[in-house]
Structure formats: structure tokens, C-alpha cells
Design a protein around this ligand. Structure first.
Ligand SMILES: C[S@@+](CC[C@H](N)C(=O)[O-])C[C@H]1O[C@@H](n2cnc3c(N)ncnc32)[C@H](O)[C@@H]1O
Length: 403
């Protein structure tokens, strides 16, 4: 058995109790369904065709259960395949699906390099896996080969700067504890960590907490046998070599260079989009993971929804439209904490009646008509809303769920 399979059999990740499915749904990026439709299917997928999904390296099932539950809730026809090396992780994922009554998922124990043998998929979720492969590029290539030309991928890989302090500790633990059984490694590493001085970059990094959450979290963060991080430009290059293109991060604003530069300081015009994002990542310094969407390069320009089509239907994520509209009306801003970053962006108070009408059912045309906004003026104002709520991952365009 490989060391990776041994780790995830001993500590299936993330630590989950299937019984918790009775009281909450774990949601996140990638693979929140409206987000998938927004970034990969231009906000209007044809749901009359079954959605063929592969969850590659599905672990204990967070992405799998999120997708299966949301598709089931919306009454969308789907064919879902789960694939992971670890038998123990799969057992937990299967039990979670059973508790929710989500039947019909195909569970496969195996290497994601075999993904193309399992079929062609409209969507592949691969969260927290590719950075653990001995040769990550082979993983990108395998997923690209398993993708339908009209499909796309939701991906999460580690990012270097927000994980500062992790890699020196991993190296030290590997040298000191390599060869010991997983439980013994964990016990000793916990004791060593207690002695690590307060000035160590790991101790000073407020963005890391997995090691506090569970044994599986500690092991995954600090005792991994194979783990590397990619800057966003390295990630884009690996996608490119696999014939894929980076569509966008799930929260594009985090990578927006303009938001990080003071007035009067502009980036050189010659910089490309990925280079700008790479500079933003370095200036921000706190990004721990890249949650991104990617699609075959040939259709990259058509994948992402743009808020200029009046037939699109916007949906807020985790926000109350009326409350948000009141904040915009009162302050002319949206001020929120999003994914560990503080946003404080200008949105004209005139846009409040538009925001108040976002309900995941009304199209932009209906919102404009009901707010009494004339189309051209509407598009100008809506562009300002879109740049803030859309870029912070707080609003997506997606098909209304059937009533
Ligand atoms: C950090 S966990 C992530 C689990 C899940 N995707 C999530 O985000 O909660 C990584 C998972 O990838 C699996 N894995 C690692 N390398 C793999 C490979 N080559 N093929 C299939 N699964 C793999 C591990 O067994 C483990 O369950």
C-alpha cells in the first residue's frame, strides 16, 4: 500500500461523523452548484441532460455530498462517480450518502490517474488532492482526459504564502518520525509542536487551524508524506499543459491586483491576466488554497457567466437580499468578511432596489422592469453590483431550481 493510502486509511480526511448529515450540509468551494453553473456553464446549463459528475479524490465526502444533495434538492438528473485511493475514506462517504438517502452514486476505490477509464464527465471536482500526487501534472492530464469537451473542473490546491511555516515543520517531522506507524508519528509530532517557539512562522500564521480541529487535520497539515503548494501562475501553467484554461478563482476579488494597489500606482500594462493574479497573490500573502474553475482551453472564453445578458438569473450566496440592500442604501458600500478577507467596496445607493429583488428566480430583465429601471441605465448600475458581489463570490448566475 502506498504511504498516501496508508495515511488516509489511518486518518480519513476530513474527520466526519455520518450522523451529522441529519443536522447540517457542509458547503464550500469548489462545487457549490450555483458557482459551478456560473463559472463553467455560463449561468444556464441545459439541465434536461443528466449531469455526469466525477468526484476525484473524494475523501470522506464533503464535495460529493454537497453536489449530490444540491442536485437532488433541485431535482436535477445526475450520474455521480466517487473515486478515492482510501477504502476507509470511502466507507465514511458511503455512510454519509446513506444517511441522506442519496442513492445511485457509483463508488470506486482507485487512483485518479485511471479517471479516463471511468467515462466522460461534465464536471469533475478535485479538491485538495493534486498537490499530493508524486507527479501532479499527470493528475491534471488524467482529469483533462476524463472531461467532456463541453465540461469543466472545480479544483482546490494548496497555495504557498498562506501556508507559511507548514513546510519546514513537515520536513523536520519527516526526518524525525519517518518510518513510525501513523499513530506514533502523530503522538510524537504533537509533543514536538508544543516546544516549537512562538516566533516560528507556523505559530505566527493565524490562517492555519486544521491541526487544532482533529487528528486527521493535524496529520494532513503537518505529517503529510507528499505535499506541495503552487502559486497561481504555476497552477495556470499546469492547467495549460493539460489543455485546460483557468476560468477564474471562486473568489476573483482576492486575486484582483487593482484592489491591492493605492491610488496613483498602476501595474505595468503589459502584464497578462495570470501575471496580475500572481502579483496579487504575493501582495496579499494570505491565500492558503486556490479554489478555481477550469475548462478546456477551446471553450474557455464562453464558460463564465457575464452579467450583461438580461435573461440571466442572479442568486446571492449566504446573504439576505433585503438586509444587503439596506446596507447599500444606508452606506453606499458593501462591508463584509469573506473567506478571511475584509471587503469594503463601493456600490451606489441607487442599486439598492435592484439588490433587494435578487431571489434566484427573477431574471435581470425582470429585476430591471420591477425596479422601473430603463435598460441602459440598469446595465450601468448592475455592472457596479456585479463587480462587487460577483467578484467576491457572493452572487452567481444560475438556472432557477424547478418549483
Ligand atoms: C485532503 S483529502 C481531500 C478529500 C476531499 N476531496 C475533500 O476536499 O474533503 C485527499 C484525498 O485524496 C485521496 N487521494 C490522494 N491521492 C490520490 C490518488 N492518486 N487517487 C485517488 N485519490 C487520491 C486521498 O486518499 C484522500 O482521501
Amino acid at each position: 500500500m502506498s504511504e498516501i493510502a496508508e495515511q488516509y486509511d489511518a486518518y480519513p480526511y476530513p474527520a466526519r461523523d455520518p450522523e451529522d448529515e441529519r443536522r447540517r450540509l457542509v458547503t464550500g468551494s469548489p462545487s457549490w452548484l450555483p458557482e459551478v453553473e456560473h463559472f463553467l456553464f455560463a449561468g444556464r446549463r441545459d439541465w434536461s441532460r443528466p449531469f455526469r459528475v466525477l468526484v476525484a479524490g473524494g475523501g470522506t465526502g464533503d464535495g460529493l455530498i454537497q453536489l449530490a444533495a444540491l442536485l437532488d434538492h433541485d431535482g436535477r438528473a445526475a450520474e455521480i462517480t466517487y473515486l478515492d485511493l482510501s477504502r476507509a475514506a470511502r466507507d465514511i462517504a458511503e455512510r454519509r450518502a446513506a444517511v441522506r438517502g442519496l442513492s445511485g452514486i457509483r463508488f470506486v476505490t482507485g487512483d485518479l490517474l485511471t479517471a479516463p477509464e471511468l467515462g466522460r464527465f461534465d464536471y469533475i471536482d478535485c479538491c485538495g488532492v493534486l498537490h499530493h500526487l508524486p507527479e501532479p501534472q499527470t493528475g491534471f492530464d488524467a482529469l483533462a482526459a476524463a472531461l467532456d469537451p463541453g465540461g469543466g473542473i472545480g479544483l482546490m490546491v494548496y497555495a504557498p504564502h498562506g501556508r507559511s511555516g507548514v513546510y519546514p515543520l513537515q520536513e523536520a517531522f519527516r526526518a524525525l518520525l519517518g518510518g513510525l506507524p501513523p499513530a506514533e508519528r502523530l503522538a510524537r509530532a504533537r509533543r514536538i509542536l508544543e516546544q516549537v517557539p512562538a516566533g516560528h512562522p507556523f505559530r505566527r500564521n493565524p490562517h492555519l487551524s486544521d491541526h487544532l480541529a482533529s487528528d486527521a487535520g493535524f496529520y494532513d497539515l503537518l505529517l503529510h508524506s507528499q505535499d506541495r503548494a503552487f502559486a497561481i501562475d504555476e497552477l495556470a501553467a499546469m492547467l495549460g499543459r493539460a489543455g485546460l484554461a483557468l476560468i477564474a478563482p471562486a473568489t476573483p476579488a482576492l486575486y484582483d491586483l487593482a484592489r491591492l494597489l493605492p491610488e496613483g500606482v498602476a501595474a505595468p500594462e503589459a502584464l497578462g491576466e495570470v501575471e496580475r493574479m500572481a502579483l496579487a497573490e504575493r501582495l496579499r500573502g494570505t491565500i492558503r488554497t486556490h479554489a478555481v474553475y477550469a475548462a478546456p482551453a477551446a471553450r474557455a472564453a464562453r464558460a463564465r457567466a457575464r452579467g450583461r445578458e438580461m435573461g440571466l438569473v442572479p442568486l446571492l450566496r449566504g446573504l439576505d437580499a433585503a438586509k444587503l440592500a439596506r446596507q447599500i442604501e444606508r452606506t453606499g458600500r458593501v462591508t463584509l468578511e469573506v473567506g478571511g478577507a475584509s471587503m469594503n467596496d463601493l456600490v451606489p445607493a441607487d442599486a439598492a432596489p435592484l439588490v433587494a429583488r435578487i431571489d434566484g428566480r427573477r431574471s435581470l430583465a425582470e429585476i430591471a422592469a420591477q425596479a422601473g429601471s430603463e435598460p441602459l441605465a440598469f446595465l450601468g448600475l448592475w455592472g457596479r453590483v456585479d463587480r462587487v458581489l460577483g467578484d467576491w463570490g457572493l452572487m452567481h448566475y444560475c438556472s432557477p431550481a424547478p418549483a
